[in-house]
Design a protein around this ligand. Structure first.
Ligand code: SF4
Ligand code: SF4
Length: 103
């Protein structure tokens, strides 16, 4: 899925190619095709499409990927839906002087 991107450079996704063994798991489990293989290494092709679900880091047995999962807008929307509350990702909104607010 390449059409859907989120806020630029906000994802917590980190990738260390030096640790990558080329097992391909990240390319198989990512729901947004953030990774692709280039030769024997994974590479990030669509970082801003990352929804911080955590599947890649969980399935990378070599510690090449880290991401803070369960945060951000998608998590806020899911939590709001499940709890019947207003969705919030706990982001601060200084302009409106609110403790938390979603865009
Ligand atoms: S899951 Fe980890 S080791 Fe496997 S290709 Fe992806 S980054 Fe490389
Ligand atoms: S956290 Fe989820 S969406 Fe982001 S790169 Fe990993 S698998 Fe893909």
């Amino acid at each position: 899925m390449f059409g859907h991107h989120y806020l630029k450079n906000t994802t917590t996704l980190q990738y260390d190619p030096k640790k990558c063994t080329g097992c391909m798991m990240c390319t198989l489990v990512c729901p947004h095709a953030v990774f692709r293989m280039e030769g024997k290494k994974a590479m990030i092709q669509a970082k801003d499409a990352c929804i911080e679900c955590g599947a890649c880091a969980l399935n990378c047995a070599y510690g090449a990927i880290t991401v803070r999962s369960g945060v951000g807008c998608s998590a806020g929307i899911i939590k709001g839906y499940l709890s019947g509350q207003e969705p919030t990702c706990d982001c601060a909104c200084p302009a409106e002087k609110k403790k938390s607010s979603c865009c």
